[in-house]
Ligand binder design. Structure first.
Ligand SMILES: Cc1ncc(COP(=O)(O)O)c(C=O)c1O
Length: 406
């Protein structure tokens, strides 16, 4: 980068430069000190540890206001573990509709088709930034989908397309929306998420929420495939009820458990999950206001009601940028995010590797709106520095743009 480009840096900096889409920013004022009640060196089957695992389950139910009869388990393998566990136990009883519109839903579609080898599958695909046509989905079949495409910046706006009297099960990877948006629980039968997204907790464990209909399916359906122990809900043909009481399948990290409990207590203190939904909405509104005024950035998701409120994916719309090759776009975008990283005002805001080149900003409930507002001037600054380099003709006076585009 040319040191002669001298564009004035903004004065105000975000207090917390963590805008990564996972692991995400921790709750405001988090510190290691807050984990002082962690039961180090104790068995997870001891009463204090069992009580904490149970508390996570009960707090999840009560904060999220889950409907009567829904059960919650803490399972191994983060969100991936939770969704895979559900798919291995449930899929195959009937035909499956799978929505594929981001990197992770594409993995789940691959598992259904190639690993579980389900024959009757309809795959509904959409490119990054778009949703498939939800009106085509048949909820009398099982449906597997992500609620929020963390890598694509598109999010399902509501559950209107899911029938209340459906015969199939809706299996929803909601890892980057639970605790950020009010989910239509009654329309969802299997919901998975992990602590390191909206809650700003630690990666390791998955949360699995099951409706009474999902529990019935698990009880009654016995797939012919072998099921690894780590994915097993049943013993001797019966559901192991202990997993919904905090008796985890294998050893959990009590440090992660302590951390998420501390966060859940903070959520209760500041107004519950509703306040998390409001914080997320305010954050997204702040980003929308900035984008609306910007001459260089736009949402990757063009349809307003399909925009993610948490993992906000942005496209660079400037003419000079659009003329670059994909490889050169990646270099230019990395220059922008690299400057912000170096200045310690924003870490990890590159778009996901397989997504279109751009910027991805996490705006979930733990992010302070004031930090986002401080970030916008820095983004404008970094863009200006890089745009000047590309359009003013660095490199011995030769225009970079004409050289790269040819
Ligand atoms: C939609 C979605 N599903 C699944 C995952 C994988 O989550 P984990 O690493 O918790 O297994 C991610 C990670 O970003 C995600 O965004």
């Amino acid at each position: 980068m040319n040191d002669t480009i001298n564009i004035k840096k903004p004065e105000e900096r975000p207090n917390n430069p963590c805008f990564s889409s996972g692991p995400c920013a921790k709750m405001p004022n988090w510190s290691l000190e807050k984990l002082k009640d962690f039961n180090s060196g104790r068995s997870h089957r001891s009463s204090p540890c069992k009580a904490k695992l149970k508390a996570v389950i009960e707090e999840t139910k009560s904060l999220l206001k889950l409907p009567e009869g829904y059960k919650v388990a803490i399972v191994p393998g983060s969100d991936t573990g939770a969704i895979e566990m559900a798919m291995w136990a449930i899929i195959g009883e009937r035909g499956v509709d799978v929505l594929n519109y981001d990197a992770f839903s594409s993995l789940w579609a691959g598992d259904i088709l190639e690993e579980l080898q389900i024959k009757d599958v309809r795959e509904f695909k959409a490119p990054y930034g778009k949703l498939p046509d939800l009106s085509q989905v048949d909820t009398d079949r099982d449906v597997v989908f992500v609620w929020n495409g963390t890598t694509s910046g598109a999010m399902i706006p509501n559950g209107d397309w899911i029938k209340s009297d459906r015969k199939g099960l809706t299996i929803c990877d909601a890892t980057s929306s639970v605790f950020a948006v009010d989910m239509p629980w009654e329309k969802l039968d299997v919901i998975t998420f992990s602590w390191q997204k909206v809650l700003g907790g630690e990666g390791a464990h998955g949360m699995l929420i099951l409706s009474p209909r999902a529990l019935k399916r698990i009880e009654e359906y016995n797939p012919e495939r072998p099921i690894p122990r780590i994915f097993r809900f049943k013993k001797g043909g019966k559901i192991i009820e202990g997993i919904f009481e905090g008796l985890t399948i294998n050893t959990p990290s009590m440090l992660c458990v302590e951390d998420v409990l501390v966060t859940m207590n903070w959520i209760k203190e500041v107004g519950g999950a509703e306040e998390m939904y409001n914080r997320t909405k305010r954050n997204f509104q702040a980003i929308s206001n900035w984008v609306a005024k910007s001459s260089w950035i736009e949402f990757l998701a063009k349809e307003e009601n399909s925009r993610s409120l948490t993992s906000v994916c942005l496209d660079i719309k400037s003419e000079w940028f659009k003329l670059l090759s994909d490889a050169d776009k990646a270099i230019a975008a990395k220059k922008i995010t690299g400057l912000l990283d170096k200045e310690k005002v924003a870490h990890d805001i590159n778009s996901y590797p397989s997504a279109p080149v751009g910027i991805r900003i996490w705006a979930g409930a733990m992010v302070e709106t004031s930090d986002l507002e401080a970030l916008f001037s820095w983004l404008d600054w970094a863009y200006e520095v890089v745009a000047t380099e590309y359009t003013n003709g660095e490199n011995n006076g030769e225009s970079t743009i004409s050289r790269q585009v040819g």
